[in-house]
Design a protein around this ligand. Structure first.
Ligand SMILES: *[C@@H]1O[C@H](CO)[C@@H](O)[C@H](O)[C@H]1NC(C)=O
Length: 305
């Protein structure tokens, strides 16, 4: 009897266990089913969001950057996104940096169009008072035009100027108007400094501290930007300023070149001497932006030159 009771209790317990097991199984099954479908939905939502962002193009790049780099709170004048502009150091004496793919082919073509419409005039050279420009043709034979972002309705120069400011971390109102230059076959610019020599020239209220060159065309042969004194070479007084020697940068459409004419202490870096080698084959177009060490007061009127 005792055993029976035990058995009966046992079978009753077993039934209870079985029953609760079934309920638990159903519960977990349902929970699992709805749970997994809930997770699926949230994944789908995320995926949709990514698709939406992908279709918005640039926004995706921005959000990718935001997940790779943890952003900080910004001040009133800051950006809530990461800027990354790739560059290669070409030289430390002078400080010269190369920016591959700085501008698109379309942007380069638009800038050439803008300059062509305005018309180019023979390029000038900054000279001491009393020296006529006509005497400089053998030094600088290119033609060009100054162009302000305020004259450009396409917005391309504005975008390039903004990017130059980000790349150099020099505010936009330190930049002179774009000097858009064309060098035809045989044309060149002998080696010179972009910084003004206070001894020989009128005292200026500001100095050119850096130059940013945007190459607008590929040049088949010649037309390199040269730095004859790179790393202190050829500085023994024998250099004649026309010879194409030293560090030579071959123009490539859309690429940028930045170099500094001043040391951080404001004195002129003698190794920043540079020139444009004669074009041998092809056509060289370049947009130059000279960056001053002080704000240009007339920046907003677009007449900084
Ligand atoms: C300015 O800096 C350069 C490079 O570091 C140095 O050679 C030069 O002596 C400095 N000049 C002055 C006046 O401090």
């Amino acid at each position: 009897m005792k055993a029976k009771t035990v058995k009966g209790n046992w079978s009753l317990r077993t039934k209870k266990v079985e029953l609760s097991c079934v309920f638990l199984c159903i519960f977990f099954f349902l929970a699992g089913y709805f749970g997994s479908s809930f997770i699926d939905h949230s994944q789908e939502d995320e995926y949709d969001l990514r698709l939406m962002q992908r279709s918005r193009g640039k926004l995706l790049e921005k959000s990718k950057e935001e997940t790779e780099h943890r952003l900080l709170n910004v001040g009133e004048s800051g950006d809530n996104f990461i800027t990354s502009i790739p560059y290669q150091i070409l030289s430390l004496k002078p400080r010269a940096l190369y920016f591959p793919n700085f501008a698109s082919a379309e942007q380069c073509e638009t800038i050439i169009e803008i300059a062509t419409k305005k018309g180019l005039t023979p390029s000038a050279v900054n000279l001491p008072p009393g020296v006529p420009q006509e005497s400089t043709r053998s030094i600088r034979s290119s033609s060009g035009a100054f162009y302000s972002v305020f004259d450009d309705k396409t917005g391309v120069l504005d975008a390039i100027e903004e990017k130059i400011s980000k790349a150099t971390q020099i505010p936009r109102n330190h930049g002179e108007d774009f000097n858009i230059l064309r060098y035809k076959v045989g044309q060149k610019y002998n080696s010179h400094y972009d910084a003004f020599n206070y001894g020989k020239f009128d005292p200026r209220n500001s100095q050119r501290m850096a130059s940013f060159l945007l190459y607008l065309t590929d040049v088949e042969e010649g037309g390199e930007t040269m730095f004859p004194f790179e790393n202190g070479l050829n500085m023994d007084g024998s250099y004649g300023y026309a010879e194409c020697i030293g560090l030579r940068v071959k123009p490539r459409k859309g690429d940028g070149l930045l170099f500094y004419s001043l040391f951080p202490n404001g004195t002129v870096d003698r190794t920043s001497l540079h020139g444009s080698c004669p074009v041998i084959k092809g056509d060289k177009w370049v947009a130059t932006k000279w960056l001053r060490n002080q704000e240009l007061e007339d920046y907003l009127t677009g007449t900084s030159n």
